[in-house]
Design a protein around this ligand. Structure first.
Ligand code: MGD
Ligand code: MGD
Ligand code: SF4
Ligand code: MO
Length: 882
């Protein structure tokens, strides 16, 4: 207590903190710092007046939005050093307009958020105590560099790790880690979408993501994608789906356990029992073949296995069988399958996390993708298409030279052996087991660098397992966290590295293009970051220069801007409107986007004929089907013979679209599982026979929030800051509650299987292991499956400043999870200096209800077999009135 005499306290004091001064930042604290709201300007007389932006004189800067993973091309208008308005960049072929979503509009509010991190901070108390000292960047760099040097000297460079969430800096981070000699670049893919990606890779061979030719599509069969409000590319997809529906009456059918905005706007909405999409898709396949509505020629030429084998395999997958699994009426399954197949080939069956985030998600995803092959819509105009060059290939986007060699060692932490398909096609990893592995001693770390990740909030067992390990200095001896606000990740760090926001930094960005041509975008700073905030790649490069000469030489090229300039060096200098530029970099700074129109759209790439050059040195396999060539000392399939013609085919081992994937069977057999290589349906253990008083707890995303990154954006939190649990009236009657009442929710751990054990068995009701309990208010609605309870994510921050915390934090919904002491503190009243104190949504007299609940502490770590994706939507729970 004595020390507090000269301590500063609260986020608001950050702005005036001098080097060497100490500050107390504790969860629950929130106070205003900077005075000026975005839409006000201070006049000479010191008074704040509403700003009127003149777009003709404001500086316009092209860049890329990153308020979600859709990464739209944008243009920002800058006045008096502030970004005052964002609009879309119509040159972005995906976006193609000035429009953005609400999240895109709100981006600038984070730049001027009063509670931004401004200076590097070093922990002075115990970890998690919240005592910080302002230090200089030099001190921060020296400390990080010294620690890394020590790991290298001890012969353990692999004990240096970067753990990233939604990052766009693969090339920069790989360079840093390669220089250090560590392969441990951890990510969040298994929390997000690895089952979907793996399913696309198995089926198509060369891409993890489909690009539906939506504008020309006539029938959308949507299994668990909420692209009207979320989806990695949602804005791009929804725009085209809406157009197709208006222009030519395309039909949209959605399967979701809840009436999402997409379900509500669909022509038909079905509520399957959780995790049963695979059964529905197999039954649809059965009907399509039975009715002879399939594309016989496409299957014969391009699909493995052939029609006869498919018919035999699908014989028992009748609509009646699928109804028993899913609860969706057999007659509807039959009718939809026939409608879909009759509209071929301009049709698309697709998925997202509703199908993928399950224990059986990999096969369910594959079963849905298969429907496109049966009706021959793969790669066809209006169909299930895909692009070819959707990564920043070094050959096209070269990094500055010299480059460090690629690290060849593997470690369990980034390549856990229990999930042999996690890193098979790309390094998707199994992020949610990282903390387990550290705790179990299966892996060791010296230096943990975290970036745009807030695992205590976004991971399963977040405030329990993740926070427990983050707090333990033996398991994580040193943690430097790059963030823009004082997040729950920063709270558990030893060094806080204040970052530039996505509107204040450089970067190259790329994603799949629904126009089916290669394109690339440039992110450039619209304004300088506040205080001493500094972009994380810049920080890594600076640290790199402080390592030994053999590492430092890889960072001699200069700044992150120089890095990006090199990446642009092979881009054209003449623009689409005829203007010429001194360099590719200048071209990108002007347009923000480059679309490579020199190549045709990627329709039916599998039909492309191989030329003499590609055929040189190839041989045909014994069956006369597959063309093989030596590549880097290994024989690989490079094409296929179809009716005497050498064609490209798919990039799978058989060069066909693989419904039957022998490679998967082989890997699964090695892992001790029975698997015939087909996308068979196995119900999620424990969900198929739910007791009357057991339900499935699911989570979902909001249109105006993105996971753990938007809570501090005041306009968005003003719109959505509360997340009561959706409950069907039948359940509400059963336990005697109405909307607004509080309930206690209890979640149960799947008995085994959760941590890599493939023999997953559910415990009988009443004898389950409790993961945790939460108190939460209910919202009674018949817009949800009667066996499902749903809570949104993105809310319930205990730190992050007033917009995130709703001033006092979650007042009426206190998590009572598993022994972890509550981090909440009473909030001292905040000084009234900016618009976050005037008439805001959390005020009780306005009916304010705090800022919602974070449910992740009571969701168990539960990676699916083979791929390791987190089975988010499989948590068995019970509920009672309190
Ligand atoms: N219950 C539940 N949990 C989920 C999901 C779910 O459906 N249900 N979805 C999962 C999915 S799909 C994903 S992808 C993960 C994502 O979860 P994470 O990988 O944790 O990613 P984000 O939520 O994007 O990261 C948020 C953190 O990044 C910080 N941040 C924001 N902008 C910047 C910046 O410019 N620089 C830096 N350095 N930091 C920044 C924020 O302050 C915050 O601390 O969450 C998963 N969690
Ligand atoms: N506005 C917004 N946009 C975002 C994000 C965001 O947080 N907010 N996050 C971005 C990221 S990282 C991702 S990964 C994507 C995710 O995009 P989506 O996958 O489209 O969205 P989710 O909310 O994760 O899950 C989709 C739906 O699955 C449903 N669902 C749950 N269980 C089942 C089931 O058993 N069967 C079926 N059929 N449906 C089920 C949920 O009700 C939910 O509506 O969105 C990206 N875009
Ligand atoms: S969809 Fe995502 S990337 Fe596009 S404007 Fe909205 S928040 Fe930004
Ligand atoms: Mo995600």
């Amino acid at each position: 207590m004595e020390r507090r005499g000269f301590l500063k306290s609260g986020l608001g004091a950050l702005a005036t903190l001098a080097v060497g001064e100490t500050i107390l930042l504790a969860p629950g604290d929130a106070a205003a710092g900077l005075a000026e709201p975005l839409n006000y300007a201070t006049d000479a007389d010191g008074k704040a007046r509403k700003r009127h932006v003149d777009y003709r004189t404001a500086t316009a800067v092209k860049s890329v939005c990153l308020n979600c993973s859709t990464v739209c091309g944008i243009e920002g208008f800058v006045e008096d050093g502030k970004v005052v308005k964002i609009r879309g960049n119509p040159l972005d072929p995906n976006l193609g307009s000035f429009m953005t979503c609400a999240k895109g509009q709100s981006g600038p509010t984070i730049n001027t958020y009063p509670e931004r991190l401004l200076y590097p901070l070093k922990r002075v108390g115990k970890r998690g105590e919240g005592l910080w000292k302002r230090i200089t960047w030099d001190e921060a760099y020296d400390e990080i560099a010294a620690r890394i040097r020590k790991s290298i000297a001890a012969g353990h460079p692999e004990r240096v790790a970067i753990h990233q969430g939604r990052s766009r800096y693969e090339a920069e981070f790989a360079r840093f880690l390669n220089a250090v000699g560590s392969p441990v670049l951890l990510n969040h893919r298994a929390l997000c979408s690895s089952n979907k990606r793996a399913a696309n890779y198995v089926s198509l061979g060369e891409t993890d993501w489909e690009s539906i030719d939506a504008e020309r599509c006539r029938y959308f069969l949507n299994f668990g994608a909420n692209f009207y409000e979320a989806h990695q590319g949602g804005l791009h997809l929804v725009k085209r789906v809406v157009k197709a529906r208006f222009d030519h009456g395309a039909k949209l059918v959605t399967f979701d356990v809840r009436m999402s905005n997409t379900a509500g706007r669909s022509d038909e909405w079905f509520q399957p029992h959780p995790g049963t999409e695979g059964a529905i898709a197999l039954a649809m396949a059965h009907v399509i073949l039975r009715e002879n509505l399939h594309d016989r020629a496409f299957i014969e030429d391009f699909v493995q296995p052939g029609e006869a084998q498919l018919r035999t395999w699908l014989k028992d997958c009748t609509p009646a069988w699928a109804q028993a699994q899913s609860g969706v009426p057999a007659a509807d399954i039959e009718r939809i399958a026939i409608e879909f197949a009759r509209a071929r080939p301009a049709v698309a069956a697709f998925t997202n996390r509703g199908t993928g985030a399950h224990y059986n998600g990999f096969n369910n995803e594959r079963a849905v993708v298969m429907l496109n092959a049966l009706v021959g819509s793969v790669g066809r105009p209006g169909g299930y298409c895909y692009g070819l060059e959707e990564k920043l290939a070094p050959a096209k986007y070269p990094a500055p030279q010299p480059e460090p060699p690629k690290v060849r060692i593997r470690t369990d932490l980034e390549d856990p052996p229990e999930w042999p398909l996690a890193n098979r096609w790309q390094k998707m990893k199994v992020g949610q087991v990282v903390y387990d592995y550290l705790e179990q001693g299966r892996a060791q770390l010296d230096v943990y660098l975290s970036y745009t990740i807030v695992s205590p909030m976004t991971w399963p067992e977040g405030r329990t397992t993740a926070a427990r390990v983050l707090a333990d200095e033996k398991l994580i001896p040193f943690h430097a966290c790059s963030d823009i606000v004082y997040s729950e990740m920063a709270h558990w760090a030893d060094l806080i590295l204040p970052d530039a926001t996505y509107l204040e930094r450089w970067g190259m960005d790329i994603r799949n293009n629904l126009e089916l041509q290669h394109y690339v975008m440039l992110r450039q700073p619209m304004t300088a970051p506040p205080g001493e905030a500094r972009s994380f790649p810049e920080v890594l490069f600076d640290v790199g220069r402080r390592l030994a000469p053999e590492q430092a030489k890889y960072f001699a090229f200069g700044t992150h801007e120089d890095f990006v300039r090199a990446q642009c060096s092979k881009l054209p200098t003449q623009g689409p409107d005829g203007r010429t530029f001194a360099s590719g970099f200048d071209y990108m700074k002007h347009y923000g986007v480059h679309v490579d129109t020199s190549q045709p759209k990627t329709y039916e790439v599998y039909r492309r004929r191989l030329g003499a050059e590609q055929l040189a040195g190839t041989r045909v396999d014994d069956a006369g089907r597959i063309l093989k060539a030596d590549k880097a000392g290994k024989e690989r399939a490079i094409g296929m013979m179809v009716k005497g013609e050498p064609l490209r085919g798919f990039a799978t081992p058989s060069r066909r679209f693989e419904i039957l994937a022998p490679e998967v069977a082989e890997v699964a057999t090695k892992a001790g599982m029975t698997d015939d290589g087909m996308p068979a349906f196995h119900p999620v253990p424990g969900l198929d026979r739910l007791a009357d008083d057991r339900f499935v707890l699911t989570t979902f995303k909001w249109n105006v929030h993105t996971q753990g990154r938007t809570a501090s954006q005041k306009y968005l939190s003003e719109i959505v800051h509360d997340n009561p649990m959706w409950m069907h009236p039948k359940v509400a009657r059963r336990i005697g509650v109405k909307s607004g009442d509080m309930v206690e929710l209890t979640t149960y751990r799947p008995r085994s299987g959760a941590r890599g054990d493939v023999a997953f068995k559910a415990a009988p009701a009443g004898r389950e292991e409790v993961v945790g309990r939460a108190r939460i208010r209910v919202f009674v609605t018949d817009a949800i499956h009667p066996k499902v309870l749903a809570v949104s994510n993105s809310l319930g921050w205990q730190v992050g400043g007033r917009a995130a915390q709703g001033r006092a934090g979650a007042r009426d919904a206190v998590l009572d999870a598993t022994g972890q002491a509550s981090m909440r503190k009473t909030l001292a009243s905040a000084p009234r200096v900016d618009d976050l104190t005037n008439g805001v949504w959390w005020d009780a007299h306005r009916g304010g209800r705090g800022n919602g609940v974070n449910i992740n502490a009571i969701l168990p770590v539960n990676p699916a077999p083979l791929v390791g994706m987190q089975s988010w939507f499989d948590t068995v729970c019970s509920v009672r009135k309190v």
